[in-house]
Design a protein around this ligand. Structure first.
Ligand code: NI
Ligand code: MN
Length: 237
């Protein structure tokens, strides 16, 4: 069992998560909601958003960022270059940070960490430089520490993330093709020394073939590990 201290973590499908704090504040990571083919209709209805975290500018992560920003006026956190692009699209409250940095955002604390991926932003017929892709460590009220890896390959410095930030729960991509598959994610779990994992970025499209079952098989020997294979719309806490 994961002690969430009253926080609620809801998977909206793909890499999109909605986090609700005990006081009712809402954080959305990688806002891809309307166009997200696996997000259930009821879960698409957002009523408030206080903070948005963006791991990179690919459409399946940033698809509804501008729309949500204009509707709810949240603080929108991303890497610097992506924040400039968001501002150029009329997003008002942008925070452009860099990897290794930590900021306070309302009642949460956010650290930007590395991710191994790419980050071009398709803007009409142009490809805009979005800076580098990233992941996030988020400290929630009550002290719950979560790690959203973004789109990434496995990398050795996940060990550093474990030592520095001690995440209790990790959202890890397992779909393969664009990111880690289960083989790499199993290694990531060992490097991160994390006991609660929410698999993501699988099953959305036919090429994303990795499954939680495969991941479970590859990590059977890790004592105390819980793989939370949520269905889109389901929550922990
Ligand atoms: Ni991507
Ligand atoms: Mn992606």
């Amino acid at each position: 069992m994961l002690e969430t201290h009253g926080n609620k973590l809801t998977w909206l499908g793909h890499a999109t998560f909605k986090i609700t704090t005990p006081s009712g504040k809402v954080i959305v990571v990688d806002p891809w909601v309307d166009g997200n083919p696996v997000c259930p209709k009821v879960a698409k209805k957002l009523t408030r958003v206080d903070t948005v975290l963006i791991t990179h500018g690919h459409g399946d992560h940033i698809g509804d960022a501008v729309k949500i920003a204009k509707q709810f006026k949240p603080q929108v956190i991303s890497i610097y270059e992506t924040s400039l692009w968001l501002a150029s699209k009329g997003v008002k409250n942008t925070t452009g940070m860099g990897k290794g940095g930590t900021i306070k955002a309302g009642e949460i604390e956010v650290t930007m960490v590395n991710a191994l991926h790419s980050n071009g932003i398709e803007d009409g017929k142009k490809m805009v430089y979005g800076g580098e892709p990233c992941g996030y460590i988020v400290r929630l009220p009550g002290g719950l520490r979560i790690y959203h890896a973004g789109d990434t390959a496995v990398f050795g410095d996940m060990k550093l993330i474990a030592e520095l930030y001690e995440p209790e729960v990790a959202m890890l991509p397992i779909g393969d093709y664009y990111t880690m598959g289960p083989r790499e994610a199993a290694m990531a779990i060992r490097l991160l020394n994390v006991k609660h994992v929410v698999p993501m970025h699988y099953g959305t499209f036919p090429v994303l073939t990795g499954t939680p079952e495969e991941l479970k098989k590859l990590t059977r020997d890790i004592s105390g590990l819980e793989i939370h294979a949520l269905k889109p719309g389901e929550s922990i806490g």
